[in-house]
Design a protein. Structure first.
Length: 183
């Protein structure tokens, strides 16, 4: 698994960069309409899922745990496609989709970090991103009436912080891969 992650540190860092861009856009444009938020979320989830699936497929040979990355990617793609298929989706349903996606992605990220903890330093970034993702999903479940503007700001903050953690992890994996080229 470490070999797969170190070979694909660029994908992880790119996922983080996309999350940062998405987060900054939503934070600096809080007056964004719900329809635009739906389309932005759909694009983010779809692109993130595609990156994860491509990474999983590229590393499926000789890597027994590529399936978890594939499942996470397929969940992201499904969330993106569902968002575009039903653009008239209500805010409550969108929140439920975002919450479920965030919780599941967070669980997968924490599980991956637990497997990596003895192999690399810096797995805290993936744990942090995973815990943040789960906390964000739970918050959306517990406070669905927080209002569209507040949700936009929370989504932006979540994406920004999660993106920073993923970029940090990507570069730590790159450095680890350089110090351990045989993996």
């Amino acid at each position: 698994m470490v070999g797969m992650l170190t070979r694909n540190w660029k994908w992880i860092a790119l996922r983080g960069a996309v999350a940062i861009l998405f987060g900054l856009l939503t934070l600096f444009r809080p007056g964004i309409t719900l329809a635009t938020l739906i389309m932005l979320f759909g694009a983010y989830a779809l692109i993130d899922g595609i990156f994860m699936v491509v990474s999983a497929i590229a590393n499926r040979h000789g890597e027994p745990r590529w399936g978890a990355l594939m499942v996470g990617g397929l969940l992201g793609i499904a969330a993106g496609v569902a968002t575009y298929t039903w653009p008239g989706i209500t805010a409550a349903v969108l929140l439920a989709v975002i919450a479920a996606w965030a919780i599941l992605m967070g669980v997968f990220e924490v599980a991956a970090a637990i497997r990596l903890r003895k192999l690399i330093e810096g797995e805290w970034a993936l744990v942090f991103a995973g815990v943040l993702s789960v906390a964000f999903g739970v918050f959306l479940v517990l406070r669905p009436a927080a209002g569209a503007l507040a949700v936009v700001l929370w989504i932006g903050a979540y994406a920004l912080i999660s993106g920073i953690a993923l970029v940090s992890l990507g570069f730590r994996l790159r450095n680890w891969g350089r110090m351990h080229p045989a993996v």
